[in-house]
Design a protein around this ligand. Sequence first.
Ligand code: ATP
Ligand code: MG
Length: 370
Amino acid sequence: MYLTTLNLFTFRNYRRQELTFHPRINIFSGLNAQGKTNLLEAVYFLTVSRSFRTNQESDLPSFGSDSFSLKGALQKKGERSGIELYYRVSRALRIVLNGKTVPRSEYIYRHPVVIFTPDDLLLIKEGPARRRRFLDTEGSRLKPLYLRRLRDYSRVLRQRNRVLKERRSGRIVDYSPMEPWDEALVKLGGIIVRERIKLLEALQTQARPHYGALSGGGESLSLHYRPTIKYGDDPAFIEQSFQEQLREGYRTELRTGSTMTGPHLDDFAVTINGVDARKFASQGQQRSVVLSLKIGEVELFKKTGEETILLLDDIFSEFDEKRSAHLLQFLSEREGQSFITTASPQWAGGGRRLRRARAFSVHGGKIRID
Ligand code: ATP
Ligand code: MG
């Protein structure tokens, strides 16, 4: 799948811009604050219907405007589809796919698009919420059923927490009103945990060789699921243990008014040669871990027969020569489409020499082909 055209109307610092892309590599170079990341954001928003930098969609129209639109065409296995997105402040986003309006819940995660930004380093350094979001986003992209289970789980969790809060004031210890919620939560939670473990294993298999190459060999990457449900090493016991822990935690949960065990609180750990990356990895190692995970995602999609659109924001400024060379080789050998931004003239020059690539210059919210 690749994007052939993109038109932006009053999106960020673009008033009006029409672009035609190369099916393989597209390089955008320019000084700081010219609109490079904004362009990647537009590509991501068009294909995913979300921004990777903000949940506040009212930030996206150009200053002084209260609306924006993005239009583009995707080419997938010989078929072209037209996408139009219309946004106006305090109205719902309208998504038109091949002339038909579709709800966002159906559109989101429909296209495999993977982004790497310097912010993604927080995936290693920050708390578990960001890592869960990573697993859930990728799980949802790979498997629409995962997204549905996740939504069901969140709904049951909210209802269970409401019951806990309602009972907080009284001194009711009878457990029976919790049972129907527990049953649903345990069933959905079991599915989610098992899916996440499978996803991490698959991701580890794909990411390892890339981490090895990026690190120059001698370092081994591992991913470990860190559940709040104590089921030992045997996922067959997830449901039973989850159920028991919910019951055991009941009195505490009545005090806090929230469910304190389950996949909504789980995490995963990354280790390099057995050592926790969150605590001990150097900056360069953290970058390589995140990049390997992202390339791992791309490889996972490829196994399902789909080529991912890969967005790389300012990545070469973060890597030494050896790592950059590995990345460039990967990009020029892959079948899928890539969008790369750089503020460095050296990388822009290197990019122009690549085969099957188109180079663009970004200046003050205007883009032209070099
Ligand atoms: P860098 O190399 O520093 O990362 P960049 O080219 O990626 O720079 P962008 O993040 O794309 O820069 O932002 C370019 C400019 O867009 C910024 O100066 C910012 O103030 C401006 N900008 C952001 N949002 C809007 C908006 N809604 N309307 C108009 N301009 C905006
Ligand atoms: Mg930028």
